[in-house]
Design a protein around this ligand. Sequence first.
Ligand code: FPP
Length: 258
Amino acid sequence: MLNLFKKITQEPVDSFQDRLNKDDIPKHVAIIMDGNGRWAKQRGLPRTAGHKKGVGIIESIVEAAGQTGVEMLTVYAFSTENWNRPEDEISYIMSLPERFFASFMPKVMEANMQLRCIGDLSRLTPKVQTIIQDAMEQSADNTGMIFNIAVNYGGRLELVRATQKIAQEVAKGTLAVEEINEAIIGSHLYTPELPDVELLIRTSGEERVSNFLLWQIAYAEFYFTDTLWPDFTPDEFHRALYAYQNRDRRKGGLTQSK
Ligand code: FPP
């Protein structure tokens, strides 16, 4: 297993797309886009320059995901913990959606993609909330890949919110305690109709989950790479899918060869 993985990471990165098994593409891929700050620091630039470059990368990865047949892509753009950053960095990040959506939405519509945002959007500025709302409404009837952006998102907050909603239904008498099961909990999350994440990618060499999609990643394969997000490419995205396809995905059962 270790040797195979070593072999995969040493292959030239542009050779993986052709090797992908089209019948084994993960339906739902999630990405923790990390390393913008370090990318900027390495170049003697302010952290905001890393975010600017990082937001520009998103489009190429969305396109690569759509082309390979991924049905849902969820990216972590801003966590509930990111508010602890310096004010000027936060306000810069919050200024990004306006330009991003303006140039991205025509492509979303052309590709028949559905854009969604998950998280507590109420803490965002009214302007950003409107931009996001408009983008979701505009693309709501599209039938292609779902591109899901997590903004002011926290996995624990999502579970707290789901628990509160379930408790309210129990209190009202519309749900019995005995009826609460995994499906009921799943249906009260931000992602009620999305299947579990099958592949979670995190860039920048950090090997943490950082409160991302805690419920949905229960059986996900993790792919960690040292590449910083602003340097992440479609080729490396294909390599992550290839690594996924070469994993022994047992989900608690036995491998087919055993
Ligand atoms: C991680 O790098 C990046 C972030 C916390 C913010 C990323 C935000 C975007 C790419 C733009 C958001 C766009 C939309 C459309 C809402 P880091 O700053 O943690 O990097 P570091 O770990 O090297 O410091």
